[in-house]
Design a protein around this ligand. Structure first.
Ligand code: AMP
Ligand code: MG
Length: 400
């Protein structure tokens, strides 16, 4: 293997080559989780009209202690049903939250701040001009920006689009990603296993990671360690998908045929080998505009390489402005020995203590240990060097 690349260099080489996918119109009821491709402007003011923030009474300007604090109730304004008449001197109108504040009203007095008897309300306490009236356009004005492109639409964003009058949104197309799993020893989950065979698990894991990242995975099946079959599948995959992710067969063993097969399929290798543990043999190439990732077969390596390299690529395909993984800070509760040559990503579990997040490294850290990884929820970054990270050290971690 040639000299190992630094992870950040590898990430830069990937991101340099990826442009966002095309865009499509998506009805907002199906837009949750999608990424906006165009800015969205409000079609109306929000609030649309002067609206009441409280259940109570719409009143004219009435300083405290004034005679006019005793007001005759002359009508009702409910949400969706404005009052049929304006407010005159000495009058009040019963109003509910979200109702149009009637013409002539200077404030809304909450129901808790009046006494009411025989169709007359007495305002208790002072009222200031504009109290409990939501002014039109206070949230957003008609024509102003609701959301920028590159925003992933979560619940609040979808609600904001709907509230501001959008029924569709121009969103990035979900990247279609082929998942090609190789290894002659791999059998479908639940099947009878022959000697030396194991259950295939990376395909499922990668598909789940792709879905979580906002892509659409397609399983290309499990291909045995056979160069011809690999080459055929890779050729086919590169026609139908925006990106290809392979698992297994990419190291230096004699049955690791993915790189050879790819070269024959005109995939240009960009790098092979990154200074990380696990995941050193990870590779990346391009076939024209199609990115191709080669992930190592060891399940934990595959998982880690996805988070550090493939997810950023999916984020870039989606046009997210900050595609690289977002690390948090926490405090180690057990020491971790550093590696001399590679940065390590150590599986750990988080625990809150006051305002601090504590990180407990998992006991099994080898790259085949998917079960111990399944009990973890964080990858702690352990920079290479001498000695160890000590108990109490502040470290960076990636939530899983
Ligand atoms: P490889 O990268 O093909 O040399 O595989 C490294 C190790 O990961 C071997 O022990 C494989 O059996 C195992 N492995 C490879 N692919 C998978 C997979 N899809 N699911 C589970 N284990 C795998
Ligand atoms: Mg293999």
């Amino acid at each position: 293997m040639a000299e190992l690349l630094e992870l950040r260099e590898a990430q830069a080489l990937v991101l340099d080559r990826i442009a966002p996918t095309g865009a499509e119109r998506v009805p907002i009821e199906r837009a949750a989780g999608r990424v906006l491709a165009e800015p969205v402007a409000a079609t109306c003011d929000l609030p649309r009209f002067p609206s009441s923030a409280m259940d109570g009474f719409a009143v004219r300007w009435a300083p405290a202690g004034d005679e006019s604090a005793r007001l005759r109730v002359v009508g009702v304004a409910a949400a969706g049903t404005p009052s049929a008449r304006p407010l005159g001197p000495g009058e009040a109108i019963t109003i509910s939250t979200g109702a149009v504040v009637p013409e002539g009203a200077a404030a809304v007095v909450p129901i808790e701040h009046v006494s009411e008897a025989d169709g007359v309300v007495t305002v208790l306490g002072s009222v200031a001009l504009g109290d409990n009236i939501r002014r039109p356009g206070l949230d957003v004005a008609a024509g102003d920006l609701v959301l920028e492109p590159g925003v992933r639409l979560g619940p609040a964003q979808v609600a904001a689009l709907a509230a501001a009058g959008a029924s569709e949104a121009q969103c990035r197309s979900r990247p279609r990603v082929g998942v090609l799993v190789t290894g002659s020893e791999l059998r479908p989950p639940g099947s009878e296993l022959g000697p030396g065979e194991i259950y295939e698990s990376n395909g499922l894991m990668l598909a789940a990671q792709l879905v979580a990242a906002g892509a659409v995975p397609a399983q290309l099946g499990v291909v045995p360690d056979d160069r011809g079959k690999l080459e055929q599948t890779i050729e086919r995959a590169l026609l139908g998908f925006d990106m290809l992710v392979t698992s297994g067969g990419a190291s230096a063993g004699e049955r690791d045929l993915v790189r050879e097969a790819q070269a024959a399929a005109q995939v240009e290798e960009v790098f092979h080998g990154v200074a990380i543990k696990p995941g050193k043999p990870v590779g990346f190439g391009m076939r024209r505009s199609h990115p191709v990732f080669n992930l190592p077969g060891n399940p934990v390596s595959s998982l880690v390489c996805f988070e550090l390299l493939v997810r950023p690529a999916v984020n870039a395909l989606l046009g997210l402005p900050e595609p690289l993984p977002a690390f948090d800070d926490g405090t180690l509760v057990a020491a971790i020995r550093r590696g001399p040559r590679r940065d390590e990503y150590v599986r750990a579990s988080t625990r809150r203590e006051g305002s601090d997040l504590l990180l407990e490294p998992a006991t099994g850290q080898e790259s085949h240990m998917i079960v111990s990884t399944a009990k973890a929820n964080a990858l702690v970054h352990v920079p290479r060097g001498d000695g160890e990270l000590a108990i109490g050290d502040r470290v960076r971690f990636l939530p899983l």
